[in-house]
Write a protein that binds this ligand. Structure first.
Ligand code: GLC
Length: 842
């Protein structure tokens, strides 16, 4: 009795156990050790996806097994027919059917759940670093499928392992299927005459029972053929969708009638809808035993050229090796910057998911996603977008970044401004017409009252971004010789060799000169067709304070470059230009409590307190701080006004209030309802600039607050509101003027990725490359007692420890490098070895 009482009271006094059950996340969870996000249900709120391979060969794999693959260019060389607008439950370009003999009949299911929609006992989709892996269980079988592209290859592998997890033995067939697209992706959707007449699929049996299905649009027969094959013998195949689905396509993807027959029909396809379905007989799988096979989808000039790769990946040892190599690539890539801070969500984003997304945006620009569908020439590699994306990978892969940087420089016009985008394959083909002027083409014919073009056919910002990109490369690598390299300017209709050339330095000079020579009434750089905000297209003569700030920032970068080159005269000249524009800005753009965003050609302000809609703009406040043209009280007041009027719990809105109906005079921005995208939405790309500006002001607590409120990982518990993938930044979140406040859209391909990564690593953590060494200048939350970081820089590894004994946000009191105190916060360039950097804030 006594004992019992004691026990009871002891139990009472014991610290309360956390017995409340934490609700399991509804859709999935982060597995940080495996660097994966693990989805536990296929019924995501909207389609989610992952990327495999690169733009050279690769594409999208969605969470229910749909694959969108292309080689070199999604618009001009697409391989699979993924129609993104189809419902989540529909077949989209690829799937696998698993068939189990059940008496005289078959049970059929897909490990992806789609398209059979047959209930599974277990389903997981592991969203990994450039791979997808599913684990599904049904009818006593466990199926594991891993999809990836081996580094540098032109092959999509699908590693399928089927294990009998029940007793007895089970007779199993595996039927992987791909559907092909015409290589010109848009034509596939718009032309049902020419396209189907040209689409061709042939089966090539090999002596040993292997088959290679060869597919091409007729004109590509001698240039680029797609193929599907497997490592093992195949019972039969189908190449004609009509035959595979059965009954003149009254059979469906959910239930292809041909799967009721022991074998497929070996249908080739001389025209029509080309598919590649293989009947792989796994045979009788005994209890606990696994059958493994690996399919290949590739493209080469011919099957003869493909033979080597086919042979290689028919050996499963090489498949394993390729998967290990992929993991090594990522390990090495991510090891460039690793942090250990008191904030776990920050660590996981900075160490894995954010640099991974930067790799994706670097590859795909805004060309191919579940939102940017990669059809036709409406998109391509965006000048503005890719210039910014490159900054997100510059520390990790500067030489690869340089290839794209040079491509961008090659579509800069001799006048100094740039083409808005280019098609990568057209550039490769040197067809004289690889670049275009983006959406400005739509207003080409519009004339003003004097019969002159009313709108610019150039963008006011494109050519300025590249100055930042090149400066980033130079600081990261120290390879100043790049500046002497000659690159052509863009002259439409001419082959590259015939075009005017200039050194990289000359390209940068012309960028700045163009802006210097295109100023408006207040002495501010002209808007052009648009600045960063694509949706504000005011007639020619309008000025943009964003372009003003970007121009000023580019001038600062140029001064840094010229200084490093030792050209004092040039430094002075650009300093003069900087002071001129800073003065013009301060003389004209202050509206009382914040900065004006645009002036139209008649001098009317936009983003001013007297406006009915769009009174204040986010970029209007952050960028003047970033570029240093706003300073003192006004810099702070602008940022405080932004906080007061634009901040929400889900992020900072790009403007407020939103336009409430279409206004032809302002155009694009007013095509959205209030709270959406550029019209008062939380356009996420602008948020890291707010973080950076706050770190410049020394307000680390605020910067971190802005960081946390958009961290997608933190949305894992509110996915019914957010809806978008929690493992990458979306482009936009609906703002508080919209009923669906908090809903994210346009995942993956957004400048948010590069800039949030820069904000986190270079400004919050504060570790950044300079011409002289590695700067450590953190601006952190005052609650942090410090953090650790590893940074690779010019061949050496810096192990950095930051202590914050006085709980300040910013200010390096002491820096010790390899045991020696130094008189700055710049750790020297070492080029090799491991070096210890100890920093004390205070
Ligand atoms: C899209 C465009 C980008 C633009 C932004 C804001 O993200 O890709 O170029 O800056 O919208 O309009």
């Amino acid at each position: 009795m006594a004992t019992k009482t004691v026990k009871k009271s002891a139990a009472k006094k014991a610290p309360a156990k956390k017995t409340a059950k934490v609700a399991a996340p509804k859709y999935g969870y982060f597995d940080d050790a495996a660097k994966e996000y693990v989805l536990t249900t296929p019924a995501t709120p909207i389609k989610w996806c992952n990327y495999v391979g690169t733009l050279n060969f690769g594409g999208i794999v969605d969470t229910t097994g749909g694959t969108l693959v292309c080689k070199g260019d999604p618009a001009l060389n697409r391989i699979t027919k993924y129609i993104a607008q189809m419902p989540c439950s529909d077949f989209k370009a690829s799937t696998i059917y698993i068939r189990i003999k059940d008496g005289k009949n078959y049970k059929i299911f897909s490990p992806f759940y789609v398209p059979t929609l047959v209930k599974l006992d277990k389903w997981e989709c592991h969203v990994g670093l450039s791979y997808m892996r599913w684990i599904a269980e049904a009818f006593g079988l466990r199926v594991q499928v891993t999809i990836f592209v081996p580094t540098g290859s032109n092959t999509l592998l699908q590693d399928i392992q089927v294990t009998n997890i029940a007793g007895g033995s089970k007779e199993v067939d595996i039927i992987p299927v791909y559907e092909f697209s015409h290589f010109e992706a848009e034509k596939q959707l718009t032309n049902a005459d020419w396209v189907p007449q040209t689409m061709t699929l042939k089966g090539h049996w090999e002596k040993d029972g292997h088959v290679v299905l060869e597919q091409y649009a007729y004109m590509k027969r001698d240039y680029a053929v797609n193929y599907v094959t497997a490592d093992c013998k195949v019972g039969s195949f189908d190449g004609d969708r009509r035959v595979f689905l059965g009954q003149n396509e009254m059979g469906s993807w959910a239930n292809p009638l041909s799967l009721q027959n022991k074998e497929l029909a070996n249908s080739e396809c001389d025209r029509g809808d080309n598919i590649a379905a293989l009947m792989i007989h796994a045979g009788k799988i005994a209890a606990k035993k696994t059958f493994r096979t690996c399919t290949q989808l590739g493209q080469e000039q011919s099957l003869k050229v493909a033979a080597k790769a086919i042979k290689k990946y028919r050996d499963l040892k090489n498949v394993d090796k390729a998967f290990d190599e992929l993991a090594k690539f990522w390990e090495n890539y991510l090891s460039t910057i690793q942090v250990n801070t008191p904030d776990a969500a920050f660590n996981s984003m900075v160490n894995v998911h954010n640099p991974r997304q930067c790799h994706t945006t670097k590859n795909w620009s805004r060309y191919l996603s579940l939102y940017q569908l990669g059809y036709g020439t409406s998109r391509g590699i965006g000048y503005r977008d890719s210039s910014q994306d490159l900054m997100g990978v510059m520390s990790h892969m500067p030489e690869e970044a340089l290839v794209l940087t040079k491509n961008l420089l090659s579509v800069q016009r001799p006048e100094g401004n740039a083409m808005h985008q280019y098609a990568p394959l057209a550039l490769e083909e040197d067809n004289g017409n690889e670049a275009n002027a983006g959406d400005s083409r739509e207003k080409k014919g519009v004339l003003d009252e004097n019969g002159n073009p009313a709108y610019a056919d150039w963008y006011g910002d494109d050519h300025l971004w590249i100055v930042l990109t090149v400066a980033n490369y130079l600081r990261e690598t120290g390879k100043m010789e790049l500046l002497n390299e000659e690159i052509p300017f863009y002259e439409a209709g001419k082959k590259r060799a015939q075009r005017e050339k200039g050194t990289v330095l000359e390209h940068l000079k012309r960028s700045l000169k163009f802006s210097r020579e295109h100023l408006g009434k207040h002495g501010l750089p002209l808007l052009g067709f648009a600045d960063w905000n694509d949706c504000m297209n005011l007639p020619l003569g309008a000025e943009s304070t964003f372009n003003t700030a970007l121009y000023a920032k580019a001038l600062l970068e140029m001064m840094g470059i010229e200084e490093a080159l030792g050209d004092k005269e040039a430094v002075e000249m650009y300093k003069g230009w900087y002071e001129d524009v800073k003065k013009a800005f301060n003389d004209s753009a202050w509206d009382g409590k914040w900065w004006t965003r645009w002036f139209d050609k008649d001098g009317n302000g936009y983003g001013v307190s007297s406006a009915k809609y769009g009174k204040i703009y986010c970029n209007g406040q952050s960028w003047p701080v970033i570029s240093g043209i706003a300073f003192g009280d006004r810099a702070v007041q602008g940022m405080d006004s932004l906080n007061k009027l634009l901040n929400t719990k889900y992020g900072v809105k790009s403007s407020t209030p939103g336009y409430r109906g279409f206004e032809p005079a302002v155009g694009g921005i007013s095509t959205y309802p209030p709270g959406a995208k550029e019209n008062g939405g939380i356009f996420l790309h602008t948020n890291p600039w707010v973080m950076i500006a706050e770190t410049i002001l020394g307000r680390g607590d605020k910067a971190f607050e802005y960081y946390c409120q958009i961290n997608p990982a933190s949305k894992n518990g509110i996915l019914d509101i957010f809806e978008s993938e929690p493992y990458c930044y979306p482009q936009n979140i609906l703002g508080d003027e919209h009923k669906q406040f908090g809903m994210g859209r346009n995942a993956w391909l957004s400048g948010t990725s590069s800039w949030t990564y820069q904000a986190a690593t270079q400004f919050i953590i504060g570790i950044r490359a300079s011409f002289d060494g590695l700067v450590v200048d953190p601006c952190i939350p005052s609650a942090w007692a410090g953090f650790e970081a590893t940074r690779k820089f010019r061949g050496a590894t810096y192990q950095i420890t930051v202590k914050n004994p006085n709980h300040v946000c910013k200010g390096v009191a002491k820096m010790v490098v390899d045991g020696q105190e130094i008189d700055s916060n710049v750790a020297p360039v070492f080029t090799k070895g491991v070096h210890k950097v100890e920093v004390t804030l205070g």
